[in-house]
Design a binder for this molecule. Sequence first.
Ligand SMILES: [Zn+2]
Length: 70
Amino acid sequence: MTIARQIEALIQRLDGVAICDDCVTDRLNLSVRSQANVVTRGLGGANGFRREKQPCGLCSSIKVSTSHHR
Ligand SMILES: [Zn+2]
């Protein structure tokens, strides 16, 4: 599975809960945050994905986080 697909799957599993790039990086054990960022940036606005400044459901800090809504 590609990293992009793993990130998509993780965000979809969270089912509406937003996750920031740092937590994506942490959850998937990516080596650098920019790996997550390049994927999440591309997801915003497509196929139910939302990317906006909102509280991350995992670390609770308010920053640009990505969520998925059916
Ligand atoms: Zn977070």
